[in-house]
Design a protein around this ligand. Structure first.
Ligand code: BGC
Length: 478
C-alpha cells in the first residue's frame, strides 16, 4: 500500500532546550530540574541530571549540517526562560543567550530548515517556582513578559510558534502529583496550577494575535497538547462510559477546550466545585481574556491512548473517585516506557478534536516516537543502530496521519518525531533513547540510525510503502 503526503509537508523532529543544552558557560538560572537533581539525584535514572546531555549549544552547527544532509526540512525546540532571563529581571535579558539563539536560528534558516519554537517546555526557572509557579498570578505576568521579549526579538525569523509543550503534564507531575519538583501532591494545587497554565497561555496567545500578527501577518501561533481520546473498558457499560468522560475531562477536554476554543468544557467548573477544589486564583475578568483565544493550529503529541473503567476502590485523591485508568490485558505495549501501542488512537484523537474545535482547524503532529532501552544492542556491522522497530513504529503512526488527510479531509502541516536526536528525558534521563540520530554521551559523536535514513526517503518520496508490518516484528519487549 502506498502512503502519500502533501508536497509542502514539514518533516523533521523535535527536542527541547532543557533536554539538550546541558552544562554551558552561557549563564542560566536554576530550573526546577536543576533544583530537583541537587536535592534528590536518585529521582533520575542512573543519577544523570540535566547537565549531562548532548552538548547542543556547542554542537549545533555540526547537528544542523547533519539534518540538512538527511533532508530534514523543519525542527522544533524551545527557548530557555531561565537562560534568557537568568536573574528573573525582565528588563535584563541575557545578551549572550539571545545571540546564541540567533546564530542557531540563522544556521537552520540558511540550511533550509524551518524553525518551530515553543516558549515553555516544562523547564520553569526556580525563581518563578518560588513565587508559586503556575498557581501564582504574578508568574502568569512574568511568563507574558518573557514571551513578549522572545516574540519581539525572534519573530522576524521564526514563523511557527507554540506557547507550551503538553500543558497538562507539569500540572500533573509537579502540582497534582509528586514526581517532579516541587512535588506538591495536592488536588487543590493541581486545580490552581491547571487554571494558571490555561490563563498564562491565553495571555500570550492574545498578545501574539494583537501585536505580533500586526507586524508579521504570516506568523502563526498554536498550542501543543498530549490530549488523547479515552476509551471505556466496556462501551456497553454506562459506568465505564461515565468514567471515560471524567478521565477525558481530567486529561484532555478540561484544559484543552479552554486553550483551543477559549471556552471551558461546561462540566469542568461544576466538577471542580463538586470536588471542592475550584481554583482559588480564579477572577471573573479572566473569562473575557480567555474568550479572545484564537489559535492558528493545533499541535498534537501522540504516544498512547488512555482507557478508563469505573473506580474499583475509594481514593483519597478526589478525581480518582470518578475514574480509574484501565490497562487492557491484551494490549500492545512498549514495555520500556509502559505505554500502550495503538496508532489508531492518533486518528481518533484528531477526529475528536476536529469535531470539538471545528473542521477548519489545521493540525501538526508535533511529537510521536518510541523510546527504547539499551539501543546499542541493535548496532549493525556498519556501526549504526539498526532500529527497524522504530521505522515500523513510525510507519504505523504515519499511516493513521495519512488517514486524517484522506478520510477526514483535514489540513495537516507536518510531522515531527520525538526526537531529532537522543537527548535527556526528565526523570528517565537517558534510560530510553528516542532519537533518529544516536548521540554517544561520552564522545558526543552523532550517528544516524536506520530511522533517520527511512525518514530521509519518506521526505524525498513524499511517502512510503506499508504492508501491515508491526513494530513487534522487529523487537522483543519481553
Ligand atoms: C515530551 C518530551 C519527552 C518525551 C519522552 C514527551 O511527552 O514532550 O519532553 O522527552 O515525551 O518521554
Amino acid at each position: 500500500m502506498k502512503i502519500k503526503f502533501p508536497k509542502e509537508f514539514m518533516w523533521g523532529g523535535a527536542v527541547s532546550a532543557e533536554q539538550t543544552e546541558g552544562l554551558n558557560p552561557i549563564k542560566k538560572a536554576k530550573t526546577v530540574y536543576d533544583v530537583q537533581f541537587e536535592a534528590t539525584p536518585n529521582d533520575f535514572f542512573d543519577n544523570n541530571g540535566p547537565q549531562n546531555t548532548c552538548d547542543f549549544m556547542n554542537k549545533y552547527k555540526e547537528d544542523v549540517a547533519l539534518w540538512k544532509k538527511l533532508g530534514i526540512n523543519s525542527h522544533r525546540t524551545s527557548f530557555s526562560w531561565a537562560r534568557i532571563f537568568p536573574e528573573g529581571d525582565y528588563k535584563k535579558p541575557n545578551i549572550e543567550a539571545v545571540n546564541w539563539y540567533h546564530s542557531f536560528i540563522d544556521e537552520m534558516i540558511n540550511n533550509g530548515i524551518t524553525p518551530f519554537f515553543t516558549l515553555y517546555h516544562f523547564d520553569m526557572p526556580e525563581y518563578a517556582m518560588k513565587k508559586g509557579g503556575w498557581m501564582s498570578r504574578e508568574v502568569w505576568s512574568d511568563f507574558l513578559e518573557y514571551s513578549k521579549f522572545v516574540l519581539n526579538e525572534f519573530s522576524s525569523k521564526v514563523r511557527y510558534w507554540t506557547t507550551m509543550n503538553e500543558p497538562w503534564v507539569p500540572m500533573e507531575v509537579s502540582y497534582f502529583g509528586n514526581i517532579q519538583h516541587p512535588k506538591l501532591n495536592s488536588d487543590q494545587a493541581g486545580a490552581d496550577a491547571g487554571y494558571g497554565i490555561v490563563m498564562s497561555h491565553a495571555l500570550v496567545v492574545n498578545y501574539f494575535n494583537e501585536f505580533v500578527k500586526d507586524k508579521y501577518p504570516k506568523n502563526e501561533i498554536g498550542g501543543i497538547f498530549n490530549s488523547t481520546v479515552v476509551y471505556p473498558k466496556d462501551q456497553n457499560n454506562p459506568d465505564d462510559v461515565k468514567a471515560a468522560h471524567y478521565f477525558e475531562l481530567f486529561q484532555f477536554t478540561g484544559m484543552t477546550d479552554a486553550m483551543v476554543s477559549g471556552k471551558w468544557h461546561p462540566d469542568m467548573g461544576p466538577w471542580l466545585r463538586e470536588m471542592e477544589i475550584f481554583p482559588r486564583n480564579f477572577d471573573s475578568k479572566d473569562i473575557d481574556t480567555l474568550a479572545k483565544v484564537k489559535l492558528d493550529f493545533i499541535g498534537l503529541n501522540f504516544y498512547q491512548p488512555l482507557r478508563a473503567q469505573k473506580p474499583t476502590k475509594l481514593s483519597d485523591r478526589k478525581p480518582f473517585n470518578y475514574f480509574e485508568a484501565y490497562k487492557m490485558p491484551s494490549r500492545r505495549e512498549n514495555k520500556f516506557r509502559g505505554w500502550e501501542i495503538y496508532p489508531e488512537a492518533l486518528f481518533d484523537t484528531i477526529k475528536l478534536m476536529s469535531e470539538r474545535y471545528g473542521k477548519d482547524k489545521k493540525f501538526m503532529l508535533t511529537e510521536y516516537g518510541m523510546g527504547v532501552q539499551r539501543e546499542s544492542r541493535f548496532r549493525d556491522s556498519s556501526g549504526k543502530i539498526n532500529d527497524q522497530y522504530r521505522v515500523v513504529f513510525m510507519k504505523e503512526h504515519l499511516v493513521q496521519l495519512a488517514r486524517v488527510i484522506d478520510e477526514l479531509g483535514l489540513e495537516v502541516m507536518g510531522a515531527h518525531c520525538w526526537a531529532t536526536f537522543d537527548c535527556w528525558s526528565w526523570c528517565n534521563a537517558f534510560k530510553n533513547t528516542y532519537g533518529l540520530i544516536e548521540v554517544d554521551l561520552k564522545t558526543q559523536i552523532r550517528t544516524p540510525k536506520s530511522s533517520a535514513y527511512f525518514l530521509s526517503d519518506v521526505i524525498k518520496n513524499n511517502g512510503f510503502d506499508y504492508e501491515n508490518e508491526k513494530t513487534e516484528d522487529y523487537i522483543d519487549f519481553n
